[in-house]
Design a protein around this ligand. Structure first.
Ligand code: ADP
Ligand code: MG
Length: 699
């Protein structure tokens, strides 16, 4: 069959209802997965694979793995742990495993007779009773039955409500059959696929949906098979192209050129209690050059924690104000936003500029007052949280938007914000600042819609934070260290980690440490700040610490970004082995801001594995955030260098930004090539992966 002229294969046109078993109801459900046509099914790639090709001996099970196990039922019992649990203990001679059920029928319970053989598949965990599987899939086998093993990896598709894996497998089977007749169009330039030795598109799709029995299982599970890389490449390319087109779009949009007010800026910089570093000066110049243009600036500032991004932002704001337009600065948390508000107020009040404040927790009257000032232009500068960009906030003449700690906001929020500021056809200039230095290849993928400036120099006189890792069995010594530091007039942080993203556990951990420390150090004034407190309470705690009323601050990772207390020179971080390196680096950046030599103690739960050891050693050996980020990337493999859910980064179907970052230079090259003369192909690639929903269309 011939490809149609827009570069899309004929399967693109075929509605799903052509397939056996697909009625309007199912079609609607599938649309939730972005599947509208038969070809979309081909690109609905398995999220992961399960290995049911081999039986694993119980004695060889490793927590975290999902595997197939067979054993003889030794005993089944119900126990009460807050609610009823059914525990089934099985053994295969090499060891014992407990199957744990929270939901079960009487009949199920009766089924597990001692002596029967059960075959089960599930994730192995370390539980209170040794190794466990919670709610495994299972089957009781008759004497003559063998465990059903697959001869190849089992694909697991992205789930949507009411569509079972079996159904998705059946549908992709049908689509794969149709694909033999009319394969999807190869959109990558042949020169690229040849140079990179890539398998054909149809071949890669088939392989990923139905890995053959001889597939290299390890490679597949790690996402490193050439067929996976082939599709990951195309997906990264699609995202990259769409971000680049967004960037190009900005060049066609108008913005207010900001050129006046140089003398105000000079006076402000002269009056600062310090000299700008060379890097700060360079970045200021880059920003001012952008702002002078009639198109919106779209610039990212990367700078290690403590590199002095705030004052650079202030200079940009002052430029806007001097030109008679409004600037807005948005931070991801109330604490950070308030800190900016305080800083900016102190800098700008002497110049007769009173920054307005806007946040979600604000009282109605105060909010109304801020909104009025924003709408009639009295507020020249507005500081706040994302409340800034909600309904009902209308700016008189917003021309500059600054987003701090960018890694918490994604491209969609950036877009929403740009749209917000559009007035009489002019887009606001945009500056985003991040303290999470990310390696170049990753930045390429994540921020392709932005120009980048780097503040690669710390203010003079900063002493590197000296960092050590200590097992938490030596907690007592560390407590003594806190005692003597505080007795000497210094202040300290005691940080408790985020526990599985649970605010409740998080808070309990912090409370427990707080209780332990108040008991051990009765002579100290100790404060507690955690994520479940109301913003005003948090702020009160932080403020007391800043004012020196509190000597030791016990905190969850809410203090991760932005808090500035120069007299704090000691930080203890509990369960450091559970945290990302970049996050640890951010945290310790809270100390080392004053004249004292600062220290950071990473408490860990022994024993540490080899990788965990190496990770902590990275922090001991370097204070350079970029080096930390690069090492994190190398050591962590597929992971979440850019943070967790909060990244706002797009969800990829197959690509993994961390694992596949090394593809980026080629992705970039290919994109440049396509954008010069193969625009239709570029558009088709974006449509294939991002759908028509890709709002940054027009490649
Ligand atoms: P970050 O880049 O982490 O946001 P900040 O902007 O909070 O860093 O700056 C950290 C501290 O360094 C602040 O107390 C700030 O006043 C100070 N600072 C910024 N620039 C300089 C400089 N050029 N010289 C000395 N101190 C500076
Ligand atoms: Mg900052």
């Amino acid at each position: 069959m011939q490809a149609s002229s827009d570069g899309q294969g004929p399967l693109v046109q075929v509605p799903l209802t052509e397939l056996k078993g697909v009625g309007p109801a199912l079609a609607t459900k599938l649309e939730k997965l972005g599947v509208a046509r038969v070809e979309d099914l081909l690109f609905l790639l398995p999220l992961r694979y399960e290995d049911r090709t081999q039986l694993v001996r119980i004695g060889a099970l490793v927590p975290g793995q999902r595997c197939l196990v067979t054993g003889e039922v030794l005993l089944a019992e119900t126990v009460y742990r807050g609610r009823r649990n059914l525990l089934v203990r099985i053994s295969d001679g090499s060891g014992q495993l407990t199957l744990r059920f929270f939901h079960f029928s009487r009949q199920q319970q009766a089924q597990f007779q001692a002596g029967l053989t059960v075959s089960c598949f599930g994730e192995v965990r370390r539980g209170s009773a040794g190794l466990e599987m919670i709610h495994p899939e299972y089957r009781l086998l008759r004497d003559d039955q063998a465990t059903a093993m697959s001869d190849s990896l089992t694909p697991i598709y992205p789930a949507t409500e009411g569509v079972q894996q079996g159904r998705l497998r059946n549908l992709t089977d049908q689509a794969l059959r149709l694909m033999q007749e009319s394969p999807p169009v190869e959109l990558l330039p042949e020169a690229v696929t040849t140079r990179l030795g890539m398998p054909s598109l149809a071949g890669a799709i088939r392989y990923l949906h139905r890995p053959p029995p001889d597939a290299n299982i390890e490679e597949m599970l790690a996402g490193r098979h050439p067929c996976q890389q082939r599709l990951a490449f195309e997906e990264l390319l699609a995202h990259y192209l769409s971000l680049r087109s967004l960037r190009a779009l900005a060049e066609t949009e108008n913005a207010t050129p900001l050129t006046d007010g140089q003398s105000d800026l000079d006076a402000f910089i002269d009056d600062l209690p310090f000299e700008l570093t060379g890097a700060q000066q360079r970045v200021v110049d880059e920003i001012l050059a952008d702002l002078a243009r009639a198109h919106p600036m779209m610039r990212l500032i990367q700078g290690d924690v403590g590199s002095g991004k705030t004052v650079v932002a202030a200079i940009a704001c002052l430029k806007a104000i001097a030109c008679g337009v409004q600037a807005a600065i948005m931070a991801p948390t109330e604490i950070l936003a308030e800190q900016h508000w305080r800083n900016f107020s102190a800098w700008f009040r002497p110049l007769g500029i009173e920054p307005a404040w806007l946040s979600g927790s604000q009282k109605t009257a105060a909010r109304r007052e801020s909104l009025a000032a924003i709408a009639d232009g009295r507020a020249q500068l507005v500081v706040g949280t994302h409340a800034l960009f909600q309904e009902g906030v209308d700016f008189a003449r917003l021309a500059l938007v600054i987003i701090d700690e960018q890694h918490r906001f994604g491209v969609h929020q950036r877009m929403a914000l740009r749209d917000k500021g559009v007035s009489s056809g002019a887009h606001p200039h945009q500056l985003v600042m991040t303290a999470t230095p990310i390696p170049r290849t990753l930045a390429m993928a994540a921020y392709a819609d932005l120009d980048t400036s780097i503040i690669d120099e710390l203010p003079p006189g900063r002493k590197a934070v000296s960092t050590i890792a200590v097992p938490d069995t030596r907690r007592g010594e560390i407590v003594e260290r806190v005692r003597s530091a505080c007795a000497g007039g210094q202040q300290a942080y005691w940080v408790c980690p985020l526990i599985e993203e649970s605010e409740i556990l998080d808070y309990q951990a912090a409370e427990a440490s707080y209780a332990m420390l108040t008991e051990a150090l009765p002579e100290l004034r100790i404060g507690l700040v955690h994520g479940r407190m109301r913003p005003v309470e948090k702020e009160r705690g932080m403020q007391a610490f800043k004012d020196g009323l509190i000597q030791l601050l016990v905190a969850t990772t809410v203090i991760e970004v932005g808090v500035d207390v120069p007299n704090a020179s000691l930080m203890i971080i509990e369960n450091a082995e559970r945290m990302g390196l970049s996050q640890l680096h951010q945290l310790r950046g809270r100390v080392g801001r004053g004249a004292e030599q600062s220290h950071c103690v990473l408490l860990y739960k022994p024993p540490l594995g080899r990788i965990a050891k190496e990770r902590l050693a990275v922090l001991r050996d370097t204070n350079d955030g970029f080096v930390v980020a690069q090492r994190d990337l190398e050591l962590r493999g597929p992971g979440e260098l850019l943070g967790t859910r909060q990244t706002g980064l797009p969800d990829y179907r197959i690509a993994n930004l961390v694992r596949d970052a090394e593809l980026m230079p080629e992705v970039q090259k290919t994109a440049t090539q396509l954008r010069r003369g193969s625009e239709a192909t570029a558009a088709a690639i974006v449509r294939r992966w991002l759908g028509d929903a890709a709002r940054y269309g027009k490649v």
